[in-house]
Write a protein that binds this ligand. Structure first.
Ligand code: PEP
Length: 246
């Protein structure tokens, strides 16, 4: 399957910086062998929708409300994202789980809202360092994915899944390709048990992926792409990762 490389800009950017970054990325686009998306802060979706017009890059958001509409101050609905040309939305990123107390059940409903609006949720799962050291990695990621399977049933084959060990995010520590592949294999098997179309689900790796380690991760059998934070903010680093994805 064609690999998918997704940049997560987190709470970074400005009108000027976004335009400069997208312009630098586009110059190289004809050589890409993979699909590419960038997940921008919601206030910039309108700007990005224009910047990406006619581009090979697609647009993503970083979160979506678990509610459909109504009195939920500060929230952005899936239907609103759809109006701005959003193709993907991150749900259950560890920073949302950690700082906004998002439960597995909430993440599952967010994925459902996205799917209902015709947006592909990129469901993030991953263990903390303490959980890894306690030998709980597989149990944790399986529990996180099980909630999404339970709520979304056969639609599970329409999601993108991202394995992001929490201890590897923004830390410069990366799971080894073998460690990552082992978890991806477990997640693939869980998807296969839930859907006969599981083989078409992209399972991305995320956590300090960079120009130096991308190729060795992306060559693994069940690593179908990457979710990139820090390195997605520098055109040269992000382009090197894209070049490693074929
Ligand atoms: C992320 O935020 O999803 C991420 C993987 O960040 P980083 O690449 O900076 O570790």
């Amino acid at each position: 399957m064609k690999k998918l490389i997704v940049g997560n800009w987190k709470m970074n950017g400005s009108l000027d910086a976004n335009a400069a970054l997208v312009t630098a990325l586009q110059q190289d686009a004809s050589a890409w062998h993979c699909d590419v998306a960038v997940c921008a802060p919601s206030v910039y979706l309108s700007q990005l929708k224009s910047l990406l017009q006619g581009s090979r890059m697609t647009l993503g958001a970083q979160d979506v409300s678990a509610q459909e509409s109504g009195a939920y101050t500060g929230e952005v609905s899936a239907a609103m994202l759809k109006e701005f040309g959003v193709r993907y939305v991150l749900v259950g990123h560890s920073e949302r789980r950690q700082y906004h107390q998002e439960s597995d059940a909430t993440v599952a409903v967010k994925a459902q809202r996205a799917l209902a609006a015709g947006i592909t949720p990129i469901v993030c799962v991953g263990e903390t360092l303490a959980q890894r050291e306690a030998g709980q990695t597989e149990e944790v990621v399986k529990r996180q994915l099980a909630a999404v399977v339970h709520t979304n049933g056969h639609c599970i084959s329409e999601i993108v899944l991202a394995y992001e060990p929490v201890w590897a995010i923004g830390t410069g520590k990366t799971a080894t390709p073998e460690e990552a592949q082992q978890v991806h294999q477990v997640l693939r098997a869980q998807l296969q048990a839930a859907s006969q179309h599981a083989d078409r689900v992209h399972i991305l790796y995320g956590g300090s992926m960079n120009a130096g380690n991308a190729a060795s991760l992306l060559v693994q059998a069940d690593i179908d792409g990457g979710l990139i934070g820090g390195a997605a903010l520098q055109a040269s680093a992000f382009l090197s990762i894209i070049a490693a994805a074929h």
